[in-house]
Ligand binder design. Structure first.
Ligand SMILES: NC(=O)c1ccc[n+]([C@@H]2O[C@H](COP(=O)([O-])OP(=O)(O)OC[C@H]3O[C@@H](n4cnc5c(N)ncnc54)[C@H](O)[C@@H]3O)[C@@H](O)[C@H]2O)c1
Ligand SMILES: O=C/C=C/C=C(\O)C(=O)O
Length: 494
C-alpha cells in the first residue's frame, strides 16, 4: 500500500545499534502505520545474545574515552547531538509522523523540539552541577572535611513508550549521558524509527562506540526483558504502564537495581465557577484531546463546579465536535489516529463499557468514517461522558484515549477528596481566578504535578514524576542528575 507519510530514506530498514554498528538479526517485525495499516518498514528484533553484547559493550565503554572525558567535554558532545538533530530536523519529524500519525505541526513544535531541548538543557545543567561540603569536629577534637563527588552509575537501561517517542527517550538519554553513564535503550515496538535516527545522530556527533546502544523488540521474552533482566546493568529507567513498571520492579529486585518509573495516570482537571470560562474550556480541550489523549498527563476526569456545569458541558461538547480528525498535513488538524488498532480496541472497549456503566454520551463514542484508506487506520472520535459515579471503571481506570468524563461538584473539600480518590497521582490542572484557592487546592492534591490555569507547560528544571501508582522517584533538572549519578561522600580527617 502506498503511503503519503513514508519514513525518510535513511530508515528503509530498522536495525539495532550496538558498539557503534548497525546490526541486523534477520528476525523481523513490521512497523505499521496507524493512518492506514500500511507496513512502513521491517524492524530487526534483538535476541538475548544481542542484548548481552549491547550491555557488555556499554560496560566496556565506561572505561574507554567516554569515561575519561571532562564534564565540559561530555556536555559539548551532547550539544553536538542537539546540533545533529537540528540538521536532520525534517527527518525526525517524518519519522515521528510516520510511526504515530500525529500532525506535522505537533511533531515539529513538541516532539522534535523537545528532543533538541532535552540535550541542550542537560548539557547546560551538568556544567553547573555542584556538590556538598561539610566541616565537622569530632568529640576527640579531630577536624574532618566531607565532600561529595558525582560518579556515573554505569550502564543505564532505558525503556520508553510509544506516545511521545523521541521526547520521552531523550528525556532520559540526555541526563544519563551527561552524568557519564553509558546506555542501552529499548524504544517501544510501535515507534522504532526516531530512536534509530537518534542512533545515526550519535554516530555523527562522535559519541564513542558502546556509549549509546539501541535494541529493538517487545517486552516479555524479547528485548525489553532481556535488557532489564541483564545482571550487568546498573539502573533501570522506565516510562510506560503501571503494570509494566510493577513487572520490571520485580526483575530489578533480583539484582537490587535502582529504578526510576514514570507510569500511568487518571488525571483530573478541576474547573471552579470563578475560572476564566473560555480559557478553562480551551484548556480542557487541550488537556483531554492533545495527541488523541495519548499523553500520560491528559485529563480523563473533569470536575466542574455546579453553577457552571451545564454551560461547561455544552461548551466542551461544541469544541470537541469541532476538533478536526485527519491526516498529519491537513491545515488545522487537531487529532490523528491512536497508535495502533490494538490500542483502538482497548479504547473502544471503554467506549462500550461507559454506556454499560450508565454514562450519558455527550459526544463521540465511535469511529469516524472517512470513506478512504483511513478507515483501515486506528482513528476514534473525541468522546465526552457525564453521569457516571466515581466508582465506575471508566472514571477509575486509565483509558489513554481522547476521552473525558465530566462530573459536577459543590465544595472545595469535596472535589479535593474526589480527585485524590484514585490509585494514580500523576498530574492535575486547576482552573480558578482566586489565587488563594489555587494555592490551597494545589497543595492538597496528591499529585506529582499540578498546573494552575494551564496544562503541560514544562520547565525542564522542575521535578517530574507521579505519586502512588503513577511513578517512583522524580526526574528533571537536579533530580535527573541525582538519579543518573552515584553520589559518593569523601571524608578526610585533617
Ligand atoms: N508518567 C509518565 O511520564 C508517562 C509518560 C508517558 C507514558 N506513560 C504511560 O505509558 C503508557 C503507554 O505506553 P505503552 O503502552 O508503551 O506502555 P507499556 O508499559 O506497554 O510499554 C512501555 C515500554 O515497555 C516495554 N515493555 C513492556 N513489557 C516489558 C517487560 N516485561 N520488560 C521490559 N520492557 C517491557 C515496551 O516494549 C515499551 O518499550 C500509559 O500507561 C501512559 O500513562 C507515562
Ligand atoms: O506522556 C507523558 C508525557 C510526559 C512528559 C514528560 O516526561 C516531559 O515533558 O518531560
Amino acid at each position: 500500500m502506498n503511503h503519503r507519510f513514508p519514513l525518510p530514506d535513511s530508515l528503509a530498514e530498522l536495525r539495532n545499534y550496538v558498539n557503534g554498528e548497525f546490526v541486523a538479526t534477520g528476525k523481523l517485525f513490521a512497523n505499521v502505520s496507524p493512518i492506514n495499516g500500511a507496513v512502513l518498514a521491517q524492524v530487526h528484533e534483538a535476541d538475548a545474545a544481542l542484548a548481552d553484547r549491547a550491555v557488555k559493550s556499554a560496560k566496556a565503554a565506561l572505561d574507554g574515552p567516554w569515561g575519561s572525558m571532562s564534564v565540559a567535554e561530555r556536555a559539548a558532545v551532547l550539544d553536538k547531538v542537539a546540533d545533529a538533530i537540528e540538521r536532520r530536523y525534517d527527518e525526525f519529524v517524518a519519522a515521528e509522523v510516520a510511526d504515530t500519525g500525529r500532525s506535522i505541526e505537533q511533531a515539529r513544535t513538541l516532539d522534535v523540539y523537545r528532543g533538541v531541548a532535552n540535550f541542550r538543557t542537560f548539557a547546560d545543567l551538568v556544567k553547573v552541577a555542584g556538590g556538598e561540603t561539610y566541616d565537622m569536629r569530632t568529640a576527640s577534637g579531630h577536624d574532618v572535611m566531607n565532600y561529595t563527588v558525582r560518579k556515573p552509575h554505569g550502564v543505564i537501561a532505558i525503556i520508553s513508550p510509544w506516545n511521545l517517542p523521541l521526547l520521552l527517550l531523550t528525556w532520559k538519554v540526555a541526563p544519563a549521558l551527561a552524568c557519564g553513564n553509558t546506555v542501552v535503550v529499548k524504544p517501544s515496538e510501535e515507534t522504532p524509527s526516531s530512536a534509530t535516527l537518534l542512533a545515526q545522530v550519535m554516530d555523527e556527533a562522535g559519541v564513542p562506540p558502546g556509549v549509546f546502544n539501541l535494541l529493538h523488540g517487545f517486552g516479555p521474552d524479547s528485548a525489553g526483558e532481556f535488557l532489564t533482566g541483564h545482571p550487568d546493568i546498573d539502573a533501570i529507567t522506565f516510562t510506560g504502564e503501571s503494570s509494566t513498571g510493577s513487572t520490571i520492579m520485580k526483575v530489578a529486585a533480583e539484582g537490587v537495581k535502582e529504578v526510576s518509573f514514570e507510569l500511568g495516570g487518571k488525571n483530573a482537571a478541576v474547573v471552579f465557577a470563578d475560572a476564566d470560562f473560555d480559557a478553562a474550556v480551551a484548556g480542557v480541550i487541550r488537556s483531554s484531546f492533545t495527541n488523541s489523549g495519548q499523553v500520560c498527563l491528559c485529563s480523563e476526569r473533569v470536575y466542574v463546579e455546579r453553577p457552571i456545569f451545564d454551560r461547561f458541558v455544552a461548551a466542551l461538547k461544541e469544541k470537541a465536535e469541532a476538533l478536526k480528525v485527519g491526516y498529519p498535513d491537513e491545515p488545522g488538524v487537531d487529532m490523528g489516529p491512536l497508535i495502533s488498532k490494538g490500542h483502538r480496541d482497548k479504547v473502544l472497549s471503554y467506549y462500550k463499557l461507559a454506556l454499560e456503566e450508565g454514562a450519558t454520551l455527550v459526544c463521540g463514542g465511535g469511529v469516524p468514517a472517512f470513506g478512504d484508506e483511513r478507515d483501515e487506520g486506528a482513528f476514534v472520535q473525541p468522546t465526552i461522558w457525564t453521569g457516571l459515579p466515581d466508582t465506575a471503571r471508566c472514571v477509575r481506570e486509565e483509558v489513554f484515549g481522547p476521552v473525558c468524563h465530566i462530573a459536577p461538584f459543590d465544595t472545595d473539600e469535596e472535589v479535593i477528596a474526589r480527585v485524590n480518590d484514585s490509585p494514580y497521582g500523576l498530574a492535575a490542572s486547576v482552573w480558578t481566578t482566586s489565587l488563594k484557592r489555587a494555592h490551597n487546592v494545589s497543595r492538597r492534591l496528591r499529585t506529582g504535578i499540578t498546573w494552575v490555569n494551564t496544562w503541560f507547560l514544562r520547565d525542564l528544571r522542575t521535578p517530574f514524576g507521579g505519586a502512588k501508582q503513577s511513578g517512583l522517584g522524580r526526574e528533571g533538572g537536579q533530580y535527573s542528575l541525582d538519579f543518573y549519578s552515584e553520589i559518593s561522600n569523601i571524608s578526610i580527617q585533617l
